[in-house]
Design a protein around this ligand. Structure first.
Ligand code: ADP
Ligand code: MG
Length: 181
């Protein structure tokens, strides 16, 4: 069986998490890997429907994604999880869950400066927040606890999307020992 792994892509809205995950999924599939993308935004319609954006709900959202990711990863799937995941406590719980089950795990901090994210504003959230139509936007008026020891930090304002995806791929090869085989 293939060796699976979970890759958490954490960062601010519009940082580039979903874009990198999509490109990475293509790259991995073309190498014959089985891949699932658990995109935080999409998962909110099913697995985590009913959860909101309080600290508690954001942590529960990530906990469920991490739990499903581990199930898939231990069965040979490479799971890409682009999720804002703003709280260290919840991220480290997912890491520990993988470590305690010897499931390969990697954290990527998509560390795009907030000013660049706000300029991209893919979903119009930064504009909504600025107009006063949205409260609790991560990185603006809600916390984002920067990962202290991610396996990789990518600032997408310095790289093209394809370069960012290649960087993640190369670190995945380095980090996940024996994974290439
Ligand atoms: N190097 C890069 N990596 C990823 N996205 C980038 C990069 N440079 C520019 N972008 C653009 O930034 C936007 C990121 O949006 P998205 O991936 O939906 O963010 P997120 O999922 O983090 O909210 C996209 O429009 C993408 O084309
Ligand atoms: Mg996204």
């Amino acid at each position: 069986m293939q060796r699976g792994a979970t890759v958490l892509l954490t960062g601010l809205p519009s940082a580039g998490k979903s874009t990198i995950a999509t490109l990475l999924a293509e790259r991995l599939r073309s190498r014959g890997r089985q891949v699932e993308v658990l995109d935080g935004d999409e998962v909110r319609a099913s697995l985590t429907a009913g959860l909101g954006f309080s600290r508690q709900d954001r942590c529960e959202h990530l906990r469920r994604i991490g739990w499903v990711a581990q199930l898939l990863a231990r069965n040979g799937v490479t799971v890409l999880a682009p999720v804002i995941a703003p709280y260290e406590q919840a991220r480290s719980a997912v890491r520990r869950h993988h470590e305690s089950t010897q499931t390969p795990y990697m954290e990527v901090h998509v560390a795009t400066p907030v000013a660049v994210c706000a300029r991209r504003d893919v979903k119009g959230l930064y504009a909504m927040q600025a107009r006063g139509d949205l409260k609790g936007l991560t990185g603006v008026d809600d916390p984002y606890e920067e990962p202290l020891h991610p396996e990789l930090r990518v600032d997408t304002s310095e790289h093209a999307p394809a370069e960012s995806a290649d960087l993640v791929l190369s670190v995945l090869f380095e980090e996940v020992a024996a994974w290439r085989r």
